[in-house]
Design a protein around this ligand. Structure first.
Ligand code: GTP
Ligand code: SPV
Ligand code: MN
Length: 589
């Protein structure tokens, strides 16, 4: 039975059902009984496997098709009417042409299947900042993941208006040649076909909360960003917030749930997680920038997650979690992945569904982009502000990426505009989160390269404009970090993870004028002795190395940035071109 009388919603569902021709249509009310029933159905067909309910209550395992394990950027489109509005970093096709092409792929694709109707909210249901969508899908896996990642069901259906985001997903034949992840920002519409993997099919996440939302935010004066949000509580009990944009699989979940080093803990420091992937940022009533997390769960990278690197993430996965493409340990019906511990199971099934002996096999058991979908409420350090619809006030914005050499451990921008420049020149080594080569350095401005729903030049201008809406003394300070510098043998020099708090502490002190800095060609950097290295295993000399700026390497980077900027033509904000010139002259000085 339909959960709403809204004609716009019902007409659209009728139209999509006429095209996809499902045997039946089922509305998702979000009740425990319905979720339990869907889990049982998925277990009966093998779509899910029920894990050891004593050790991992309400946890399930899913394996995707082997050709369907990551986002597909080359098959992701922004279909606005004018190509120039999509910009040089997005794939584009004329909307009418794309609709016609997709229609062929969707027609009859749900014959013999059920179409599930998922009313969902990004943000707290009923809050003025929440936005609603409906995803139609023929995948129970998608339904169950959406029930963790977003707020789903009757309460949403009751408040949904005509401006909801329409999302249609069909697994079809999981044919990589006909896989399309398409956005029509001008129509509030997302269409995804021939995939069953995470970011391609959980349409509330990257498709809505970043690509469509970034477009809406530009028109409405707010921002949708690929950022974690965290609060740092100091021994005085004050909590200060920051948001940080790192590219996919570059450490957002890990930083968001950070556990302070021991002596910090003893002194009373604590980190609160507000969000690990997406931030919607607005000017608040007090004239500051406020960030809220529109999601309700974590779709986190499994490999590397362990009791030492990220105990909070691990704890979050111990109940009500769906694991995707990890190892199935048959001895105790639990899961395993590379980097969980040093005891890979011997009697196991790998992510491809083949028998796997972790002591003998030379192949990885879990896919490098294997993931857990865990409810946010499971996280031991979830912020008391997590459900606050307004979010939290930002003192700092942090950019970062994987750079083996160039970028120092941390530097602060000179002001907001220079900070926007710092975000725009971000570069990072590619990871397994997207299909394609891994470890290749590419420009990924603000970690939004794959997620900006419009022209990147206009996006940068929007960042500059947001800075004008806020008094200079209320703007967050902007920083850049790099946990990933390596030595000559390729080992990470900085210990990372919990020890990153040492850098965050300096960042917050800068925001509150509590520490001085050295000025370099890049901006402001810590005096090495101002970083708390107590029990870090890192000495001052090493930190000096991590903070060093290799001018020759940077001048090469300036040339690469100039070439990159060239792609944006007239749309490159003048201010950013000036910042690039200024950086070059500081490097040459
Ligand atoms: P998406 O969910 O894809 O957006 O990624 P994310 O930014 O949340 O990345 P995540 O925190 O899951 O980290 C991805 C990988 O980076 C994992 O394999 C981590 O072990 C590794 N990593 C995270 N933080 C650090 C760090 O401080 N140092 C080092 N060396 N590795 C890290
Ligand atoms: C990312 O790739 O940045 C993710 C995972 O957070 S996905 O939802 O697949 O986009
Ligand atoms: Mn992400």
């Amino acid at each position: 039975m339909a959960l709403t009388n809204n004609k716009a919603v019902l007409n659209w569902i009728d139209e999509m059902a006429a095209m996809t021709q499902p045997d039946q249509i089922v509305w998702i009310d979000g009740s425990d009984a319905q979720i339990e029933d869907l889990r049982a159905q998925a277990c009966a067909t093998g779509e899910l496997e029920k894990l050891n309910q004593e050790l991992l209550p309400d946890c399930y395992l899913h394996r995707t098709a082997v050709n369907d394990v990551a986002r597909v950027e080359d098959r992701t489109f922004i279909c606005c009417r004018k190509q120039e509005d999509a910009g040089p970093t997005n794939n584009w096709m004329d909307p009418q042409e794309m609709y016609a092409k997709l229609k062929k792929l969707y027609t009859g694709s749900m014959k013999g299947r059920t179409m599930y109707v998922i009313p969902y909210s990004m943000g707290v249901v009923g809050s003025p900042f929440a936005k609603y969508g409906i995803e139609l899908t023929d995948s129970i896996y998608v339904v169950l993941n959406m029930c963790i990642m977003t707020r789903v069901g009757t309460a949403v259906a009751e408040v949904i208006g005509d401006d909801f985001v329409k999302g249609l997903h069909a697994k079809a034949d999981i044919d990589p040649e006909n896989r399309y992840i398409v956005h029509f920002p001008e129509d509030n519409t997302i269409m995804s076909v021939n995939s069953g993997y995470g970011g391609n099919v959980l349409l509330g996440k990257k498709c809505f909360a970043l690509r469509i939302a970034s477009y809406l935010g530009r028109n409405q004066g707010w921002m949708a960003e690929h950022m974690l949000i965290l609060g740092i509580q100091n021994p005085a009990g004050e909590v200060r917030y920051l948001a940080a944009a790192f590219p996919s699989a570059c450490g957002k979940t890990n930083l968001a749930m950070l556990i302070p080093p021991e002596h910090y803990r003893k002194a009373g420091w604590k980190v609160w997680c507000v969000g690990d992937d997406i931030a919607w940022i607005r000017v608040g009533e007090d004239g500051r920038l406020w960030a809220m997390n529109p999601e309700n769960g974590f779709f986190g990278v499994a490999p590397g997650t362990n009791a030492k690197s990220n105990p909070n993430a691990l704890a979050s996965t111990q109940k009500g979690t769906i694991f995707t493409n990890v190892v199935h340990n048959l001895d105790n019906n639990t899961v395993w992945w590379e980097g969980l511990d040093k005891n890979p199971p011997t009697n196991a099934v790998d992510w491809k569904g083949n028998p796997w002996n972790g002591q003998e096999s030379t192949e990885k058991g879990a896919h490098p982009n294997s993931r857990f979908t865990a409810p946010a409420k499971n996280c031991p350090c979830i912020s008391p502000e997590f459900e606050n619809p307004k979010g939290v006030p930002l003192s700092a914005i942090v950019f970062g990426g994987r750079r083996a050499k160039t970028a120092p451990l941390v530097y602060q921008s000179l002001d907001w505009e220079h900070g926007v420049f710092v975000g725009s020149i971000m570069a990072s080594e590619t990871t397994a989160a997207a299909a394609g080569a891994v470890g290749v350095v590419r420009r990924d401005p603000m970690a939004m390269l794959p997620f900006c729903g419009y022209h990147m030049g206009d996006y940068w201008q929007h960042w500059l404009d947001m800075g004008q809406k806020v008094d200079a003394d209320k703007l967050p300070k902007i920083f850049n970090v790099n946990w990933f510098r390596t030595d000559d043998e390729g080992h990470f020099i900085w210990p990372g993870f919990g020890d990153n708090l040492r850098v965050l502490e300096w960042i917050m002190k800068r925001c509150f004028n509590e520490v001085d800095a050295d000025q370099t060609a890049l901006g402001y950097e810590p005096r090495p002795e101002d970083l708390d290295l107590n029990e870090s295993g890192v000495d001052l000399e090493t930190v000096r190395g991590l903070l060093s700026v290799d001018k020759d390497l940077w001048l090469q980077d300036v040339a690469a940035i100039r070439e990159f900027y060239g792609k944006f033509g007239d749309k490159l904000p003048k201010k950013l071109a000036e910042e690039l010139d200024a950086l070059e002259s500081r490097l040459k000085a």
